[in-house]
Design a binder for this molecule. Structure first.
Ligand code: NAP
Length: 261
């Protein structure tokens, strides 16, 4: 007879699955690691799947997903199978004056940040409603807590998600589905600022002084900033604790702005 195994690894028969958008870098990547480390099954989605960015794990699946592409959303949700939680994290930034931003660029920001969030949410709702269970976490931004220079379009795209989520939460409550918001502060450790800079098409000359003011403010700021870990912890608490706030600033700067509002 073979001996009993010593220290058997506990088998978690009740593993839950989370699907996260925008996992190639920054918050999405950190959220994926956080849930993997805590025994969740993670469907980490990326526009261009790169298995190198996450530790190999039998609990990890990496799927392609572009939140602006309906066919891509349908394929990813079909492929993912049943999920318990959705995190709409994918997003792009933009710093420019309204005058310097062509309407096509504005639509691009909303396609990703706003309509992308709505479309992915729509795609998971039938399974959540049928099972009468599920959590949706939408990652917006602390810029919606305080108006800032040259961020009108980006802020509008995220403020729309705040309003959308708060109303959606009411219509989903009867089905035992939660919808919540995590609002990160400014996080210099992600690719976000670089990506936003790449989207800047040139701030009109008339706004040069304002732009200088923004850049100087960033350079001189010694305020504590948000880390990706703050965001992952906030998402964790919203997903795993039904009593967690449904409007949760993440990071010391976001928490301070929320308190001052
Ligand atoms: N960093 C900050 O200061 C800050 C503050 C507040 C809120 N946020 C928000 O936090 C979220 C994550 O940002 P981050 O700081 O982690 O920036 P990041 O490092 O640039 O990550 C953004 C992620 O979104 C993905 N993405 C962009 N467009 C997409 C699309 N159409 N479909 C699917 N994925 C797409 C990117 O993928 P690719 O690799 O394919 O581009 C990337 O994985 C965003 O919603 C952002 O608005 C950021």
């Amino acid at each position: 007879m073979s001996p009993e195994p010593t220290n058997p690894v506990p088998i978690n028969t009740n593993m839950k699955t989370i699907l996260i958008t925008g996992c190639s870098s920054g918050f999405g990547l950190e959220i994926a690691k956080h849930f993997l480390d805590r025994n969740w099954k993670v469907v980490a989605t990326m526009r261009t799947p790169d298995p190198e960015v996450l530790p190999a794990s039998e609990n990890l699946r990496i799927l392609p997903l572009d939140v602006t592409d309906a066919a891509s959303i349908a394929a990813a949700i079909r492929e993912a199978g049943p999920i318990d939680a959705l995190v709409n994290n994918a997003g792009i930034g933009l710093l420019n004056a309204l005058e310097g931003t062509p309407i096509g660029k504005i639509r691009e920001i909303f396609e990703t940040n706003t309509f992308g969030t709505m479309a992915v949410t729509q795609a998971v709702l039938p399974q959540f409603r049928e099972r009468r269970a599920g959590v949706i976490v939408n990652v917006t931004s602390s810029v919606t807590l305080k108006p800032l220079l040259l961020l009108s379009i980006y802020t509008a795209s995220k403020a729309a998600v705040n309003a959308f989520t708060e109303s959606l939460a009411l219509e989903l409550a009867p089905f035992n589905i939660r919808a919540a918001l995590v609002l990160p502060g400014q996080a210099p450790d992600t690719r976000f600022a670089d990506n936003a800079r790449a989207l800047m098409l040139g701030i009109p000359e008339a706004y040069d002084d304002l732009a200088q003011k923004v850049f100087t403010g960033w350079a001189e700021s010694t305020d504590p900033k948000t880390r990706s870990r703050d965001v992952a912890e906030a998402v964790w608490s919203v997903v795993t604790d039904p009593a967690a706030p449904s409007f949760l600033p993440a990071g010391p700067d976001a928490v301070a702005w929320a308190a001052a509002r």
